[in-house]
Design a protein around this ligand. Structure first.
Ligand SMILES: [Zn+2]
Length: 360
């Protein structure tokens, strides 16, 4: 099973239909929640199946506005509510809440009776019809389901495909291993000397974002001007996320190519977030997202991933003689070893310490 996230080019009418379906899903979820609460008040536990039957019994008479919409969107909502309910029952979460209109806009369409089709740069959805896309589906195989969701100002289809055959994994024995130090300034430093920078465009858009946010905060809340300014902020956020993700994809693809094993630090991101000075820069670099992309790609190729313990002092230890420094401040960009006299870039030193031993 593989997922391809495709940006859509819907018509204005289709965008309206997307909103209607996302709204239908929210409506059904909230209906299920109300009905479940009413059941509890009467001392009755209405399970997912019961709630669905009760809704189906009244939907065509009470809510006939849903007739032109894709019916299976409702089952998505019932599945979600069931999950939320089970989590509450097992004390994993709080009691389910009503979904708000301002929340995430998305809905799922399961591909029953081959109602969904993907052909070139277009996607067919029941009741909505052909929607143009920015790219063709990357994988061959049967489409299992599609999730339509809004991100920033743009709509996406996340297409789940059951891929036909698994390609056998190549033999990686004899290929070099590489250690990766991830960071805020340089996204990734490899023990073989390669470095991957965070894209410069980010800083430029960050400045634009600050300016746009200031303009938003100065305008009258929910005035026509405010919505316009708001739209601008949303667009810049989206732009920044795209640039960052693109850089992460390029770096992770380049790193996993031609190696047999990768050593990484296990980032204690939550712990680092507590350090307020580091938190902003860290969340900007979204290092967790980068590492997870790296892991997924390595797994697909059969490249071994070795995660160092989070207590391993990859920065303070000398990669040549193993001498450990007591202190190393963040401003010291070079590592200078008092044991063997080695002078080396701080990140490169850390990357070398993380390099796994070769596979045999
Ligand atoms: Zn040394």
């Amino acid at each position: 099973m593989k997922t391809h996230n495709i940006a859509l080019r819907p018509t204005t009418a289709q965008v309206q239909q997307f909103h209607q379906h996302a709204g239908y899903r929210r409506f059904v979820y909230n209906y299920a929640l109300s009905d479940f609460k009413a059941g509890l008040a009467e001392g009755e536990w209405r399970n997912g199946r019961t709630l669905r039957t009760r809704f189906n019994a009244v939907k065509d008479t009470q809510f006939d506005w849903q007739k032109p919409l894709i019916a299976r969107v409702a089952s998505h909502a019932f599945d979600d509510f069931n999950t939320a309910c089970q989590r509450w029952k097992n004390k994993l979460s709080k009691f389910p809440k009503y979904k708000r209109k301002s929340g995430k806009q998305s809905f799922r369409v399961d591909n029953k009776r081959n109602a969904i089709k993907c052909e070139g740069k277009r996607l067919y959805l029941p009741k909505i019809g052909w929607v143009r896309t920015f790219e063709a589906l990357r994988f061959k195989g049967d489409v299992m389901r599609v999730v339509i969701k809004k991100r920033g100002h743009r709509w996406f289809a996340s297409v789940l495909v059951e891929t036909l055959s698994m390609v056998s994994k190549p033999d990686l024995r004899g290929l070099p291993t590489v250690g990766i130090d991830v960071g805020i300034n340089t996204l990734a430093t490899c023990s073989d000397g390669r470095t991957f920078e965070n894209p410069r465009a980010l800083a430029r858009f960050q400045r634009q974002l600050r300016r746009a946010q200031r303009a938003l905060s100065r305008s009258v809340y929910r005035s026509q001007n405010w919505w316009k300014k708001k739209e601008r902020v949303v667009r810049i956020h989206y732009r920044i996320a795209c640039i960052r993700e693109d850089a992460h994809h390029k770096a992770s693809t380049a790193i996993v190519k031609g190696v047999s094993a990768i050593g990484i630090e296990s980032l204690n991101v939550k712990g680092m977030m507590k350090n307020r000075r580091l938190a902003k820069a860290l969340s900007d670099a979204a290092l967790g997202g980068f590492l997870s992309k790296l892991k997924t790609k390595a797994q697909a190729l059969g490249v071994h991933i070795e995660e160092a313990s989070q207590w391993f002092a990859s920065s303070k230890t000398c990669s040549a003689c193993g001498h450990k420094k007591d202190t190393l401040t963040l401003s010291e960009r070079d590592y200078h070893c008092s044991g063997c006299g080695l002078r080396i870039d701080r990140d490169l030193n850390a990357a070398r310490n993380l390099e796994p031993s070769p596979l045999v």
